[in-house]
Design a protein around this ligand. Structure first.
Ligand SMILES: C[S@@+](CC[C@H](N)C(=O)[O-])C[C@H]1O[C@@H](n2cnc3c(N)ncnc32)[C@H](O)[C@@H]1O
Length: 326
């Protein structure tokens, strides 16, 4: 289980921390709070040993060309990400899950395979690869490349500490769709019993079982449009992405963490579902943006669980000064 990792930050002693209550409002669940922490998640997560139900996040881009605010060279990405392995693993409960939204970068016209390599390295470090979800973007960015088309999807890897992490498929059921009504109106002979596939694949279906059903389970392809407006951060994912995984993988009173929180999208999703959350980003500017967005957008997100009127306190905690332990 233990992995030796270079570049691992030394634990820091937090000298002073300040809690500012910045919002009191009404939202889905009594007692749900959102703490926004400005710090390195490898350090901040030390305080949450086996407390977390779900880590859902999109790490910084690997970029070979630019020295971005947070870019890591694709060749260094595996080692860099492994420095988060222990903090993430230790923070999660035994039934907890880690969802990583990520996409390989193109380097010199060729897809770099650091994402596959990272997932492979995490498996070797002890994570179970439960499922690979695809985030399909119906509105991909425009562009022209000599050897490939517009990029219309990203990975969302579901990793876990056990083979049976908390899993609530009923939480993500979706309306069955209008086509079923017309299809079920005229059930044929083959539809009234299990109909095995003609190619003897072993798969089959019994359409008559769908009569009266209002909802179905979705597949592992999530169709979610890209965020249109810039939210004060260059790499914002849509609220519906963390929202889906929180409903699927975090129990009702559970705790969600986004260790690369950026503009706070995961916090908006968590609070709208009545889940408490911890948002961590090492860039103060993005923490401030997250505070603003959570204040403005959490209450506005359509509520998908029972809406109860309760007073909630969203907490903002800025670690003011922290020093490396000698
Ligand atoms: C791709 S962005 C996340 C964007 C976010 N999903 C959103 O919707 O706004 C990755 C973030 O990770 C942060 N980051 C990079 N290294 C970090 C670290 N060691 N600890 C905490 N945050 C870090 C960066 O500042 C950046 O905002």
């Amino acid at each position: 289980m233990a992995t030796t990792v270079k570049n691992k930050p030394k634990p820091r002693r937090i000298k002073e921390s300040k809690t500012i209550l910045f919002r009191q409002t009404t939202l889905a669940k009594a007692g749900a709070t959102c703490a926004i922490i400005n710090g390195d998640s490898r350090v901040e997560l030390l305080a949450f040993k086996e407390k977390v139900d779900l880590i859902v996040t999109s790490p910084p881009y690997a970029d070979a060309r630019h020295k971005h605010y947070d870019s890591i060279h694709p060749d260094d990405f595996v080692e860099w990400f492994l420095s988060f392995h222990e903090p993430f693993y230790n923070a999660l409960k035994p039934t907890g899950s880690l969802v990583i939204n990520i996409k390989d970068k193109v380097v010199d016209g060729v897809r770099h395979r650091y994402v596959w390599q990272t997932i492979e390295a995490l498996s070797k470090a002890g994570w179970y690869s439960i499922e690979d979800y695809l985030w399909y973007k119906p509105n991909p960015m425009p562009g022209y490349w000599p050897n490939r088309l517009r990029d219309g999807w990203e990975y969302c890897f579901h990793l876990a500490k056990s083979k049976r992490p908390f899993f609530n498929p009923d939480g993500v059921r979706k309306p069955i769709g209008e086509w079923v009504e017309s299809r079920l109106k005229n059930l044929g002979k083959n539809d009234l019993s299990r109909h095995n596939s003609a190619n003897e694949s072993g798969f089959g279906r019994d359409i008559s079982k769908w009569v009266g059903k209002q909802t179905v389970l979705p597949s592992n392809v999530l169709s979610i449009p890209l965020v249109g407006k810039n939210k004060g951060h260059p790499a914002v994912f849509p609220v519906d992405l963390p929202l889906f995984f929180i409903k699927l993988l975090c129990p009702e009173n559970g705790l969600v963490v986004d260790p690369f929180a950026g503009s706070g999208t995961t916090g908006i999703a968590a609070l709208s579902l009545g889940r408490s959350c911890i948002l961590i980003d090492n860039n103060l500017k993005y923490c401030e943006e997250a505070v603003k967005r959570v204040q403005e957008e959490a209450a506005a997100t359509p509520n998908e669980v029972k809406f109860e009127q309760h007073d909630l306190a969203y907490q903002l905690r800025f670690i003011q000064e922290a020093k490396s332990e000698k």
